[in-house]
Ligand binder design. Sequence first.
Ligand code: AMP
Ligand code: ZN
Length: 469
Amino acid sequence: MPLAFYNTLTKSIEPFIPLEEGKVSMYTCGPTVYDYFHIGNARTFILSDLVRRYLEFRRYNVTFVMNITDVDDKIIERAHREGTDAETVAHRYTEAFFEDAAALGIRPADVHPRATRHIDDIITHVMRLVEAGAAYVADGDVYYSVEAFPAYGKLSGKRLEDLIAGARVERDERKKNPADFALWKCAKPGEPSWDSPWGKGRPGWHIECSVMAMKHLGESFDIHAGGHDLIFPHHENEIAQSEVLTGKPLARYWIHFGFLNVEGEKMSKSLGNFFTAREILREYDAETIRFFTFQTHYRSPLNFSREGVTAAENGLKRLHALYEALGERHEGSGALDIDGFERRFIEAMDADFNAPAAFSVIFDLVRESNRLLNGAEGLRADCAERTRDFLRRTAGEVFGVLGSGEKQSAGQFDAEPFVRLVIEARQRARAEKQWALADFLRDGLRDLGVILEDGRDGTTWKWCDERNR
Ligand code: AMP
Ligand code: ZN
């Protein structure tokens, strides 16, 4: 069975067949940089990172693009409130986004295009829409004409007639159809603006994503993802304004992540029921937040509670303890069917990225390994090694919840031989009663985050907690 997942466009679970064999092009809607992002946004970013990581685990070569919306009403509003300009606000929160995303173990995209750096491409696209009769100009604004695209509504399942009826209440006289939306907005005083054939102005949010996605991934690409709230109107509009010109599907698969809720309501800035990722990262480490996120299927809502996060923290400790224990020397006879666990792991993730099911496979393995390790049999050396490798590739590389093990596998410096060398030098110093030198070596390692433990069978080492985080 190949990898299959839910496609919002067809409303069914479909086998994944990329446009080009072995390659995947993927776009996720990124942050609007007017504030620190909250842990609801974080859920979406962590999950799209998971999809990308799992595709890589399945040996696809993934090109991943996540935009930065750095011109928008909310940014302008915030700048006015602070008595500064929109550019300053956008710059500050773009930097904060990169910092917080990295702190959460979210890998940077291959490209993070910014809307303000694609204005010429956006203007060109809007001009083409006007020429094609799919858009019209009204007093320096440009609107998309939804009637130009008969398939409008195909993603969200909404019918144009219903939308028109719904929009009548707030009817804007300049729009030909109440469901039309702005592609280009005429500049108001004090707002960021760019020259265009329609006068000074700035792009609308929807067109930014269409243009950036097509610029970096081509007119038709594999996967477009985002939070559930973006299905309508954002993604519906992206489809309309792209496909009306290209005649090709913008993305072939659309993935939408469920909300993070607080007491049954979507976490959002406007409701005020949010915690920023920054705040939460002061209380819990990133892996705990990630693990908490993965315990609910990505399409289901996830309720945020401190009890839930604390429970996740405890589960993760068991996983880390086993991972560490597997790194020790094993001379037992107990064996595990690692291939069987790997098959079950892949089956779970191939069935619509079922992370909770994948983790139950991982924890079955934790339980079985502990049973052998704590029993008379012990674990065979090759099994311990293979189990450790399986955990490194799954819990570590796919989910990013395995501490230092994962950092090493990301191609980083392997400390083991060097720490061993220093331990050896310290032992020689001690043998020659050079106590000051021996202490200097031990303290030097501690400053680098390495703790030495002298036992009956020699000296072992581990990372201190701070370093593990
Ligand atoms: P924004 O910065 O508001 O444009 O949102 C960035 C991303 O976070 C979008 O993909 C949203 O769909 C997503 N998002 C916003 N609120 C939540 C939430 N409570 N749970 C999950 N995703 C969310
Ligand atoms: Zn978008």
